[in-house]
Design a protein around this ligand. Sequence first.
Ligand code: SF4
Length: 319
Amino acid sequence: MNHYYSFNDYVQQAFGQKLYKLSLNGGMSCPNRDGTLGSRGCIFCSAGGSGDFTPSPQLSVDEQIRAAASLVSRKARSGPYIAYFQAYTNTYAPLSYLETLFTQAILCPDIAALSIGTRPDCLSEPVLDLLQRLSCIKPVWVELGLQTIHPRTAAYIRRGYDLPVFDQAVQALQKRGLSVIVHLILGLPGESFDDMVQSAAYVGAALARQNLPAPALPIPPASGVKLQLLHVLQGTDLALDYKKGLFQALSMEDYFAVLFQCLEVLPPSLVIHRLTGDGPKSLLLAPQWSANKKLVLNAMRRAMDEADVKQGRLFQWPQ
Ligand code: SF4
């Protein structure tokens, strides 16, 4: 039984087959790292700019696609794939650079859709226009790292923009018929169960209330959320706070409890692109239970079935 509109269900419906994401590296930086807004990045962000599995940006787009495809070849012997520009902020470059990069990716015959990870404060009108033009060739999804709606947490993680900036970006993207995927982190220090669920409810309402124009292509929008467990990675400032004992990582039970409640408050039409995280095991400090993704997903499935049987009792947050 499926308890939510999963990414796999979506791609099957939209493309008629399973699609894998290829993580690519556009060779960009981030205003939170290059000194524009800050130099140490978001407190949880690894040195790889949250794109630790991407190929070298020295490779051409075609070479990166081939290299990334070989990494998923055990699961997918051939394409089509989703080209996912993941590392750092992928609209943080001159327009001509972005146009060349994204056009090379979207025109690749093995690529079915383009997914671009960026910040809502790095979406100028010319960039939005470019993304809209590209969406006439193949679907374009824009992934925004919001993580939380709460200002005190946003300040702690050094996100560097306020919530209205996110709201405006969502409206501008949806006005152009582009799919928006919002990243939320569950387990950020200082956040209560209710804080996390409020973030999910807010994002759900923001994505659902837009009057979407007909997409440029006859493929349903992929708008939705990535729900991610907070990973404490070695080498980050978050790891320093963790080692000082300033906060604890979520247990698996607590993560499932808050995750399931987030799923409850999200509109069922939204695609759930992720239910946990994919941090590099070599850097993972906590929580160690999250290192084996297969075990976590199996336990999650059992907990979902159990929650159905108990009719919601599992969703009670521990006192
Ligand atoms: S905006 Fe993204 S790439 Fe930049 S520091 Fe934050 S998480 Fe890292």
